[in-house]
Design a binder for this molecule. Sequence first.
Ligand SMILES: Cc1cc2nc3c(=O)[nH]c(=O)nc-3n(C[C@H](O)[C@H](O)[C@H](O)COP(=O)(O)OP(=O)(O)OC[C@H]3O[C@@H](n4cnc5c(N)ncnc54)[C@H](O)[C@@H]3O)c2cc1C
Length: 393
Amino acid sequence: MELLKTMSASPDQDFSDIRSEVAKLCQKFPGEYWRRLDREMAYPTEFVEALTEAGYLSALIPEQYGGAGLTLSGAAAILEEIQLQGCNGGACHAQMYIMGALLRHGSEAQKQKYLPKIASGELRLQAFGVTEPTSGTDTTSIKTFAKRDGDDYIINGQKVWTSRAEHSDLMLLLARTTPKDQVEKRSRGLSVFIVDMNRAKQDGLTIKPIRTMMNHATTEVFFDNVRVPAANLVGDEGMGFRYILSGMNAERILIGAECVGDAKWFIGKAKDYAGDRSVFGRPIGQNQGVQFPIAKAYADMRAAELMVKEAAGLFEAGDDCGAEANMAKMLAADAAWDAANVCVQTHGGFGFAEEYDVERKFRETRLYQVAPISTNLILSYIAEHVLGLPRSY
Ligand SMILES: Cc1cc2nc3c(=O)[nH]c(=O)nc-3n(C[C@H](O)[C@H](O)[C@H](O)COP(=O)(O)OP(=O)(O)OC[C@H]3O[C@@H](n4cnc5c(N)ncnc54)[C@H](O)[C@@H]3O)c2cc1C
């Protein structure tokens, strides 16, 4: 398949060297590899190890801690290229953005202890425990509680959709440290912890896999009197919600970049098939009914790509990018999903056949309408914070 690349107004910002190295690595993990894992619901350990070894997952860790010290745009280029090559960064993308909370709000001792080992691959920081079954998107209503006890906190509660928990050494956990009815603002009284999962598994932490429509290694995690040293509290007690929020813009932009990569993959695949497949004595792509949806998907992808770039630029300049990061994620997720649908339609019956990889990617890309934040919540953000309309929830 001829891959769909796009030009930038500033080609020096395209990270083309990094992209071509990532592409070479990804070519070692072709469709058959992902199809087998999908059938077995297995984790792409070899792929994640190869990315770690090449230093891509430590892209955002500063050089002084052993990382590559790239900008967010550099990290976005890596994730976009992974998706564009037909691979799945969802198996490991969280390491890039979870690490931001530690970097921005952790103590120097915590950074020295963890970041070099994360950069070298000795420690995997893949698990991010925020969502809970009873609170959903209403994060400040989480119930998992961390109670101070001498030099430790004792943690009780349950998380859901904690992806990659079985393939991670550390978890970044959000828990309440002051009950919601005892804080002046509901966003206060929440704290962030680094949980050593191997130790916690010996001490009350249980992980249960959840089978999903795509292969995503997601789980439920139960905390039953799990002790975590107070030294593993990130930043100040009670301020954790702010720390998590500060990482969310980076997360939205990186996921947006992945969705742009997915959209390019679907559009490239649809374009090739439309050119190759002949019915009624001519290529199906000669029919406007077939070519227009692909062209529309391309235009939508380009618009989303520009918004991802805009958001990343603002983020790197240290400017407020909440609106752009949210819009980038929403537009890119929509562009990927629309392109996925067009790709299936263009392939006709073959869109449903496993060997074309289209149906697998179709299932994978559907996630980003819901996670890490659903479209409705992004629209609420824009309505309230950009347009000044009344808060709806
Ligand atoms: C495969 C997968 C992996 C995930 N990985 C992680 C992870 O690693 N760590 C983690 O912490 N979480 C993870 N999540 C959780 C994900 O972030 C949540 O599923 C998502 O934020 C939505 O929360 P919810 O599922 O509880 O939906 P709910 O909050 O119950 O919402 C259900 C629906 O109602 C809509 N809705 C809710 N409130 C409003 C409102 N006020 N206005 C309009 N619409 C509203 C939502 O948009 C949504 O469509 C993952 C989820 C999935 C499916």
